[in-house]
Design a protein around this ligand. Structure first.
Ligand code: SF4
Ligand code: SF4
Length: 206
């Protein structure tokens, strides 16, 4: 089955959630691209260090498009087993180390990655004083001080559109009140998403 065929097999509510989440991802990508253009912030070429963090979390809602993709490619059962056996709380199972460059790597499901993976490095969150502060990594902070300075200046304006992690979390919770609130370790969220789509597909056969 193709991705679109899988989506059409799901309950109408889930179809809408997946479409809304994908449209949210498109808007994040446009916003981060624009912000990157304005400030000059960009990831180091070939870097995947943040994906090695075993504490990355996301919501089940955000991995439903990925889960549908995995079912459409016949990879869902394999990934489910991989996560069950090795990686419930570990490093994301979609991260592929670069065998030549130890500090490098890439995402094997880039088009379907969840919101945090799109926003980290180029977004802001509100601190306890309600001020926007840059959410980025040490690699970017150390290598792009001028770009970080420009980003902070943009945030200080308190106007205009900047990618906001806190706003993203609210959008996801609004799109899917059941599965958009709770943050889980990424592999656990993915396995729950795979099972959720698998359950709907199984019901079709009955
Ligand atoms: S956000 Fe930082 S650690 Fe992550 S890929 Fe970009 S440069 Fe590397
Ligand atoms: S989904 Fe992709 S970008 Fe996100 S943590 Fe996993 S490998 Fe990294």
């Amino acid at each position: 089955m193709t991705f679109d065929e899988i989506i059409r097999c799901l309950p109408l509510m889930d179809q809408k959630i997946i479409r809304d989440i994908m449209s949210l991802f498109d808007s994040i990508d446009r916003q981060t691209e624009e912000f990157s253009g304005q400030t000059g912030l960009k990831c180091k070429d070939g870097c995947g260090s943040c994906c090695e963090n075993p504490c990355i979390e996301t919501t089940i809602a955000e991995v439903l498009p990925l889960a549908a993709h995995l079912w459409s490619k016949g990879m869902a059962q394999h990934k489910l087993e991989e996560i069950r056996l090795n990686a419930t709380n570990g490093v994301c199972v979609f991260y592929v180390h670069d065998p030549i460059n130890q500090a490098g790597g890439c995402c094997s499901i880039y088009a379907y990655r969840p919101g945090l993976c799109r926003l980290f490095g180029f977004s802001a969150r509100k601190n306890k004083y309600g001020r926007r502060e840059l959410v980025t990594c040490k690699i970017i902070t150390d290598s792009q001080p001028q770009a970080c300075k420009r980003a902070r200046q943009e945030f200080q304006k308190e106007t205009g559109e900047v990618p906001l992690l806190t706003a993203h979390a609210c959008y996801v919770a609004g799109i899917d009140p059941c599965h958009g609130h709770t943050f889980l370790p990424i592999n656990l969220a993915v396995s729950s998403g795979i099972e959720k789509i698998g359950y709907s597909l199984e019901k079709l056969k009955q």
